[in-house]
Design a protein around this ligand. Sequence first.
Ligand SMILES: [Ca+2]
Ligand SMILES: [Ca+2]
Ligand SMILES: [Ca+2]
Length: 177
Amino acid sequence: MSTAVANDRLVKRFEKWDIDGNGILEASDFQGEAARIADNLGRDAGSPEVQELLAAFQGLYEALAEKAGVAPGSGINRDQFLTATGNMLFQEGEASFNRALSPVVKALIRLCDDNHDGEIDEREFRAWLTAVGVPNSEVGDKFRKVDANGDGRLSEDELLRVLREFHYGRLDVELLG
Ligand SMILES: [Ca+2]
Ligand SMILES: [Ca+2]
Ligand SMILES: [Ca+2]
C-alpha cells in the first residue's frame, strides 16, 4: 500500500468523525463519536470508563487542533486535518502518533475489558468492533491479525501498532470503525 492509500484513509477518517457533516471537525463531533461508541457498547454515560473515553477524545481533538494551528474553539477543516495528520504520520512519525492516540486506545481497552486483565480477548474484541460498526463475521480474522504474539489477548501495544499500521496504509484492520 502507499501514501495514496494512507491519504484516502485520512479522508474517510475525517468524514467519519465529522458526525454532524458540516465539513468541520469540532469538539462536539469527537464527543459525539465517543458517546456513540459507549452507547453501542451499552455503557452508562456517567460511568468512569465512559468519562475517560470522552476525555481521551477531547484530548485527541485538542492535539489535532494544535497541530493544525487552529484555536480549539474554531474547528478543523478538511485540508487542515489532512495536513496535520499527514505531518504526524509521515514527518513526526511513530512516537507522535502514539502520543496522540494512546489515551484513546487505553480508554477503549478500559471500556471493553470485561474481565479486568488489562488486555482484550476475542470476546471483548468482538463487542468493541461491532460497537464501531465492523461486521461480526470479520472479527475473528482481525483478532488474529492484531494478536501479534499469538497469546490470545490484545495488549495496548498490539492495538496501537495496528491503528498506526492502518493509517500508514500498511494493514487493513480498522479499530475505530
Ligand atoms: Ca462537524
Ligand atoms: Ca480482558
Ligand atoms: Ca497478544
